[in-house]
Write a protein that binds this ligand. Structure first.
Ligand code: AMP
Ligand code: MG
Length: 402
């Protein structure tokens, strides 16, 4: 059996990041930046007022107090966005708004709250220091400074930074396009009636949703029956639109209905192997088609498929986006109950991690078909290959689910 890390490394060695593309800012949100974004000009690009108030010389406010206000004539008004060139004469004030350019000759702003708000003459009730409420050119960033380094995952504040740097488009890794496809004669479309012996397909919906959560644009393929003649054409058709394919089902260890394995074995580029883990032992990975599209063939049991996605497909989706942070975050937490695990295989048991991430409670219902129990989990408790049980109260490695 192949150890989990060895299999993860094999997968990542076969994945190349998608070529970067220029995207308009709204489309770039959530993508990985593939260039440094630098400041086109100083930020702010001109000295401006930080408050609504009056532009003055600080020296002209000396000695001002509520009891003995200083009176200055108001010679004009500057609003945010005004582009004219204004000048202030000593011994006068100009009304100024937040974000408006400072007039030449002024060194301070008196907030309107410290005045009587006068329009031809203003009474100033407090002295201010030079530079009061002035936002200086370049105080946030200097022209040419790297504001967003390549490799930044663009969150809303980064979109704002790029926009403030004057960028309408940015070079990013595109979101990978993922197609999720379930195989199985037993599968029925959710929302339609069930006959005994059949189950509703949950895997394709789950994988598409998990892929989206991992930054992909995901499509779900209609259910594919266990027909070797149908599986391969369905996959080949999807190669045209996918950067990564995920199938579930049809890869167990030797059933004659294992059509995914049968279909892909003919291509010779997909390796089927046993990974030393539970759930999710039977795995398949390779690249197919002229474009060498990565394909994962996950086991059919829903919990196996989910855990396999998080351990193997998620890091691969990260790598396609040039992001090596695709692995689930790990913490150490105290077990709030005993757990068991088969010898020689690493278990990923479903658990509930406390808010402060110090305690994890194993869920009952650890079968790989028990999707209801998975629905209660927010973490996977890791039990090493050589360990067959862990007692209540001991510390364990825990993977935090997205
Ligand atoms: P397989 O890997 O095809 O042998 O399937 C293993 C188990 O997973 C069987 O009990 C299947 O019925 C179940 N299973 C397979 N595909 C799905 C699916 N798309 N949704 C829910 N359960 C599935
Ligand atoms: Mg099947």
């Amino acid at each position: 059996m192949t150890p989990v890390e060895a299999y993860q490394s094999q997968i990542l060695a076969a994945i190349r990041a998608l070529p970067p593309v220029q995207l308009a800012l709204p489309d770039a949100e959530g993508c990985m930046l593939a260039e440094d974004v630098t400041a086109a000009a100083d930020l702010p690009s001109f000295d401006n007022s930080g408050m609504d108030g009056y532009a003055v010389l600080a020296a002209d406010t000396e000695g001002a107090s509520a009891q003995a206000p200083v009176a200055l004539p108001v010679t004009g008004e500057i609003a945010a966005g005004d582009t004219g060139s204004f000048g202030l004469r000593p011994g006068t004030a100009m009304r100024i708004m937040t974000g408006a350019r400072m007039p030449a000759g002024a060194d301070s702003v008196i907030p309107v709250e410290l005045t009587d708000g006068g329009s031809t003459r203003v009474l100033i009730r407090r002295a201010v220091r030079r530079g009061n409420s002035v936002r200086y050119s370049g105080e946030d960033a200097s022209q040419g400074e790297v504001l967003l380094p390549a490799g930044t995952r663009l969150k809303p504040m980064h979109i704002a930074v790029a926009a403030s740097a004057g960028r309408g488009t940015v070079l990013v890794r595109p979101r990978p396009r993922v197609v999720a496809l379930s195989t199985g004669n037993e599968l029925t479309e959710p929302g339609t009636p069930l006959v005994p012996g059949r189950i509703w397909d949950s895997n394709s919906y789950m994988i598409a949703a998990a892929a989206r959560e991992a930054g992909a644009i995901a499509f779900r393929h209609a259910i594919v029956p266990d027909d070797p003649a149908g599986v391969l054409p369905a996959l080949e058709e999807q190669l045209k639109r996918a950067d990564l394919l995920v199938t579930t089902g049809g890869v167990s260890m030797g059933g004659e209905h294992d059509v995914v394995k049968a279909a892909l074995s003919s291509l010779g580029t997909v390796t089927f192997l046993k990974v030393a883990m539970q759930p999710g032992m039977p795995q398949g990975f390779g690249t197919v088609g002229d474009d060498q599209v990565p394909i994962f063939t996950l086991p059919g049991n829903p919990v196996s498929a989910y855990v396999s996605f998080q351990l193997f497909v998620r890091p691969a989706l990260g790598a396609l986006q040039g992001d090596n942070a695709g692995h689930l975050p790990a913490v150490r937490a105290r077990l709030a109950g005993p757990v068991r695990s088969p010898a020689g295989r690493r278990s990923y048991l479903r658990g509930v991690l406390s808010e402060d991430k110090t305690q994890v409670t194993p869920l009952s219902g650890q079968g790989s078909h028990q999707i209801a129990a998975l629905g209660k989990a927010n973490a996977l408790i890791v039990v090493p290959e050589e360990t067959q049980s862990l007692a209540d109260g001991v510390a364990a490695d825990v993977l935090v689910l997205p």
